[in-house]
Design a protein around this ligand. Structure first.
Ligand SMILES: Cc1cc2nc3c(=O)[nH]c(=O)nc-3n(C[C@H](O)[C@H](O)[C@H](O)COP(=O)(O)O)c2cc1C
Length: 174
């Protein structure tokens, strides 16, 4: 059994960036970084960092199935979503994913940040804009444009701080 496993699902690469940052800040060599869509056998670990891209407000079934199969593990979550700077929304995402974790595990917390979205999303907003909904749609377009640079270096720094916090938590519990 290895010490740390960073397992992630990322369709356009944003969550993969966070996964790589988390992996590089985990100590020692007893660790692995794996895309959940791999054909490789997923090794058993003591501590899991499980990441996902947010689709329709939550993680995919591949991730929720994996989470619900874990027992007696220490588990931290991370994810990226299109919405920027919204602690309430990030909490809702966290709760919708950590609900899959059985209570015999030790849930350690979550890190969520913004990630750029495909251009078709902006085109959809533009197509939907009318005189009536323009202010709402313009907000969505502003959020889309702000997302284009994310995850940025500050997001990666925050991911590193998250790892340090989780490691301290694990140490305190040992
Ligand atoms: C089909 C689809 C659904 C999405 N649903 C949401 C959503 O519900 N909430 C949100 O904030 N972002 C949503 N997004 C944006 C993604 O969560 C965001 O771009 C994320 O960083 C993608 O991560 P990835 O590059 O690791 O795949 C969606 C994107 C796609 C393509």
């Amino acid at each position: 059994m290895i010490e740390y496993l960073v397992l992630y699902q990322s369709e356009s690469g944003n969550t993969k960036k966070i996964a790589a940052t988390i992996f590089s800040h985990l100590p020692g060599t007893s660790k692995d970084l794996i895309d959940i869509t791999t054909d490789k056998t997923i090794p058993e670990a003591r501590v899991y960092f499980i990441g996902f891209c947010v689709h329709r407000g939550s993680c995919s079934m591949a991730v929720s199935d994996f989470l619900s199969g874990l027992s007696g593990k220490q588990i931290a979550l991370f994810g990226t979503c299109g919405m920027g700077d919204s602690p309430e929304y990030y909490s809702a995402i966290e709760y919708s994913a950590n609900a899959w974790i059985e209570s015999d595990n030790d849930y350690l917390g979550a890190f969520i940040c913004q990630g750029k979205m495909p251009h078709r999303v902006r085109q959809k907003y533009e197509a939907l804009r009318t005189d009536k909904n323009a202010s709402q749609i313009n907000l969505c377009i502003r959020n889309f444009d702000a997302a284009l640079t994310h995850p940025d270096s500050l997001d990666l720094e925050h991911a590193k701080v998250f790892v340090e916090k989780i490691l301290r938590k694990i140490k305190a519990e040992d």
